[in-house]
Design a protein around this ligand. Structure first.
Ligand SMILES: [Zn+2]
Length: 270
């Protein structure tokens, strides 16, 4: 009887130990970044004629968001830092954030840039190489407003100020619907064109409309890009595929609370 009681007691201690260990250990070692929010913006403009709030964040909201990041102690890192962390485990600041803009709208220069500079944040802009200095022609057939895109001299100014640029294809086509040779032209061609025009290495690709598949990823990899970004919602964490990095879409409809919730939503089940 006494022996049996001892046996049950020992079992309880073992189970207790297992449960205690699994709940008491921190999921993340102190100081180690667990997940990285890569914010995805498009237009930053106060003008409703520039487009709906799905893709347009009014500068007032953008400033509130940058101020919040700054007050909360976030530090902007670039994609080189993220790749070094994911591939080699190189440490990141405690609260890293990556700020990205798709399409290369001219309003990024006039509205977003001064606000980013005010708070000391860096950002990466994904350009549509054939459309530099032109407009978002790919949206016209869908009835979206026409927007001016960054001009070469504006991109050069931003380069000198520490902004990074990546490729968002040549003409913003859905790559998954293209023949391989056409997809290759969009992916490889845009890299070559941007590197020649701007005289900078172009190491990051951003899939137009967030559309990609295995074949597209292979071309991106073969073209010499280091990593690629999607529109899939979520934070980046160790072990993620660097050719399918998730982001957090920020629209003009979000208030402060929405922004904070998205920023903190690591998707972790504690
Ligand atoms: Zn786009």
């Amino acid at each position: 009887m006494g022996k049996r009681f001892l046996g049950v007691g020992l079992l309880l201690v073992i189970i207790g130990g297992i449960c205690f260990n699994s709940t008491s250990q921190p999921a993340i070692a102190p100081g180690e970044s667990s997940s990285i929010p890569i914010l995805m913006y498009h237009k930053v403009s106060p003008d409703p004629r520039a487009g709906g709030l799905g893709l347009r964040v009014p500068p007032r909201n953008f400033e509130i968001q940058m101020k919040l990041l700054s007050n909360l102690g976030y530090q902007s890192v670039n994609l080189d830092d993220v790749v070094a962390y994911l591939r080699d485990g190189r440490p990141l600041p405690d609260k890293p954030v990556v700020i990205t803009f798709d399409d290369g709208y001219r309003d990024n220069f006039y509205w977003a840039r001064p606000i980013l500079q005010k708070y000391g944040f860096r950002a990466t802009i994904f350009l549509v190489s054939d459309q530099i200095g032109k407009t978002n022609a790919w949206d016209e057939s869908r009835g979206f407003p026409r927007n001016s895109l960054l001009r070469e001299e504006e991109i050069r100014t931003m380069l000198g100020e520490g902004f990074q640029f990546g490729s968002h294809s040549k003409t913003h086509l859905r790559l998954t619907g293209l023949e391989e040779s056409k997809a290759r032209e969009q992916i490889t061609g845009s890299r070559g064109a941007l590197e020649t025009t701007l005289g900078i290495p172009v190491n990051y690709f951003c899939y137009p409309y967030g559309k990609y598949n295995k074949a597209v990823v292979n071309i991106v990899r073969e073209s010499g890009y280091t990593a690629a970004l999607t529109t899939a919602q979520g934070q980046v964490r160790k072990g993620d595929n660097i050719f399918a990095l998730k982001r957090i879409r920020i629209t003009g409809k979000y208030n402060k609370g929405d922004f904070l919730r998205l920023l903190n939503d690591t998707g972790e089940k504690l």
